[in-house]
Design a protein around this ligand. Sequence first.
Ligand code: XMP
Length: 496
Amino acid sequence: DGWAAADIFGREFSYTYDDIIMHPGYIDFPADVVDLSSQLSKNITLRTPCVSSPMDTVTETSMAVAMAAVGGIGFVHYNNSAEEQANMVKNAKSQRVGFVSEPVCLRPSATVSEIDSLKARKGFSSVLITEDGTLNSKLLGIVTSRDIDFVSDRKTEVAEVMTTDLVTATAGTSFEDASAVLIKSKKSLLPLVDDNGEVVELLCRTDLKRRSTYPKLGAPSLGKDGKLLVGAAVGTRESDRQRLGLLVEAGVNVVILDSAQGNSIYQKEMISYAKKAHPDIDVIGGNVASSHQARNLIEVGVDGLRVGMGSGSICTTQEVCAVGRGQATAVYQTARMANVVGIPVIADGGISNSGHIVKALTLGASTVMMGSFLAGTEEAPGDYFYQDGRRLKAYRGMGSLEAQAKGSDTRYLGDKSQMRIAQGVSGTVADKGSVLRLVPFTMHAVKQGFQDLGLQSISAARGALSCGNITMEVRTGAAQIEGGVHGLVSYEKKRF
Ligand code: XMP
């Protein structure tokens, strides 16, 4: 009854996650004992097998902090200058879980109308007023909505309305102690300041209130340096070698090469260079979709592989270039070879629900990389806006013309023609709340999937897959429709 993966994927078809359905196993354990810890790369293990994609609408400082906070990792994108990217990595690494990742600071000469526009873009109007208008500058005051509600001249400088009667905590105060001070103070913000009176961190009452309703986070991902684990993307150009150097100086723990088609001389040279110049940093290569591509990168010492070509929600590579593979087949075939030689596979792209994650992990992937699933969260870059009554954020492919115009054409190798061809699109995604809620709930759903399959861990899945003990079937189009919600006039698509 049912087929082993080798039977299903050994044929001439290319399947994606929705094409297949796993057969249930035997349950003799509760879902919450399922262990989802897994290798990201040769030398890095994650408690949560989730990775945020290095895209400019997905991973900057806040996402990197949040992904590490939930036990995964974020890869900071490189559609920026090397210095900007290195700063994002540095900032993420210096954060402590629970504090605001990127607090807004303004100079005393800023006007009330600037706070109005902040409120319109970000949805909040509590800001710190510092000497230079930045973090790590002397704290002068705080402005909250109460200070500006009735100011009729919106050109008034914030220095005139800010509150200077402040409650602060000393830099380094633990999250628990800082929370107690904030709650007792009845203020909206608690800045943490160093001996020079400069703000180094911020705790926010609304965050604290919201987070008290989220699941418990568990241990964050930490590097050998004891700081949050943070990754970053680089390309394969000569200038990327210097970028890599800056990232390493900023404390990056692992780098991921970003190419639409990773089986290239450019990537092999970059991997060899990176491994030689920075032997302590794991280097993940890709993207690949087949074992022969993967083998080339493994031969030059890659520590992990990023698998997926054209499977992403914003990708048009398969249409434009006629290359790629159904993602379930790509993951299975690549991982089948890579796992034997101890190289973990990241299933990159095409994840739109927890079931897809269960399928990726049971087909041999060690982790999943997500773009659209995480875009639209509070921690994704960019501001929310409303369209037809829905709260949205922008999400775009790194091969879209808009992203390429900012520099991401380096994904498309060695081209000097100046003719940009889009291999991705720009669009919008719905507000998904905070990563600190989304990922733990999603992971619990994944654990329930593993429980249904009778698998207590990802390593158990690996063993069962290679012995043919995980069985599955290909679903017809009608079976796929049946497997989704159907026959209702309307319904609310809330999963948790
Ligand atoms: P999801 O489905 O999670 O996919 O949104 C994210 C992944 O898609 C890849 N990516 C692209 N692929 N054109 C492509 O063909 C693009 O413009 C593009 N941008 C991102 C990338 O692997 C990412 O992790």
